[in-house]
Design a protein around this ligand. Structure first.
Ligand SMILES: Nc1ncnc2c1ncn2[C@@H]1O[C@H](COP(=O)(O)OP(=O)(O)OP(=O)(O)O)[C@@H](O)[C@H]1O
Ligand SMILES: [Mg+2]
Length: 235
């Protein structure tokens, strides 16, 4: 199928997700319709257990829905094999996690360059692009530092640089400031805000009103369903 360049970037249609837990079945999503347009900056909010992370994992192609469709650029990717999905994820999607998820004994620039290894970019170009990306997040002086030598906020900036190195179509972030103090959290949001101003598409999960306030659109989940989807009135 060919990629479409107009219309929404991503559409979820009637998405349900059930988890099996021994004898028990947990219905984490109960029929979610969700559309992301190019340039959207979306915050997903809702109580603990309402399905935010589940929704993000399905939208970012890390997990399959139990029912429903996931359409990326007009292509139904819900039926893709794991190998096909891995390829699409590498090309189209950047992730930022609450726990940063950097490799421990690897320098900042090598962490950032990792997605380019899978994309078959030459070693020289990998290093040069990783360095440029780290400069963009204010870590041009920290290229050789490992995880243990960086603060939480700096580690998250490395993680953001890694998420963006492939020039993804969408950036997904699950509580990107959840493990950070207020000042580092605001710095991270400033960086995401700048990327949003460049026209990039960002979808993040957060518990915090202050963090959600950076987004242009706020989606609330409740018991596995979208209970509201509104423009951020302050933007
Ligand atoms: N791998 C799994 N196996 C079984 N149940 C799961 C799994 N992942 C999530 N769940 C369940 O699905 C529901 C939704 O979980 P999810 O992690 O999406 O919530 P959340 O809104 O992200 O919560 P939080 O704010 O606490 O991170 C919860 O009842 C949770 O216990
Ligand atoms: Mg969660």
């Amino acid at each position: 199928m060919t990629k479409r360049n107009t219309g929404p970037v991503l559409e979820l249609h009637a998405v349900q997700k059930r988890y099996r837990l021994g004898e028990q079945t947990i219905q984490a999503l109960r029929g979610v319709d969700f559309t992301i347009e190019k340039g959207d900056f979306v915050a997903i909010m809702g109580p603990s257990g309402s399905g935010k992370s589940t929704l993000l994992q399905i939208a970012s192609l890390l997990d399959n829905p139990s029912e429903g469709e996931v359409i990326l650029h007009g292509m139904d990717v819900s039926k893709y094999s794991e190998t096909e999905l891995a390829k699409v994820r590498n090309q189209e999607i950047g992730f930022v996690f609450q726990q940063f998820n950097l490799l421990a004994k690897t320098s900042a620039w090598e962490n950032v360059a990792l997605p380019l290894v899978y994309a078959n970019v030459s070693p020289a170009e990998r290093q040069q692009r990783a360095q440029a990306m780290l400069e963009q997040v204010g870590l041009g002086e920290r290229l050789e530092n490992t995880r243990a030598q960086l603060s939480g906020g700096q580690q998250q900036r490395v993680a953001i640089a890694r998420a963006l190195i492939n020039d993804p179509t969408i950036i997904f972030a699950d509580e990107p400031t959840g493990n950070l103090d207020t000042k580092s959290g605001d710095e991270i949001m400033g960086i995401l805000q700048n990327f949003s101003k460049e026209g990039r598409t960002i979808v993040m999960v957060t518990h915090e009103e202050d963090i959600a306030a950076y987004a242009h659109r706020i989606v609330h989940l409740r018991d596995g369903l979208i209970s509201s989807d509104q423009k951020n009135g302050k933007k």
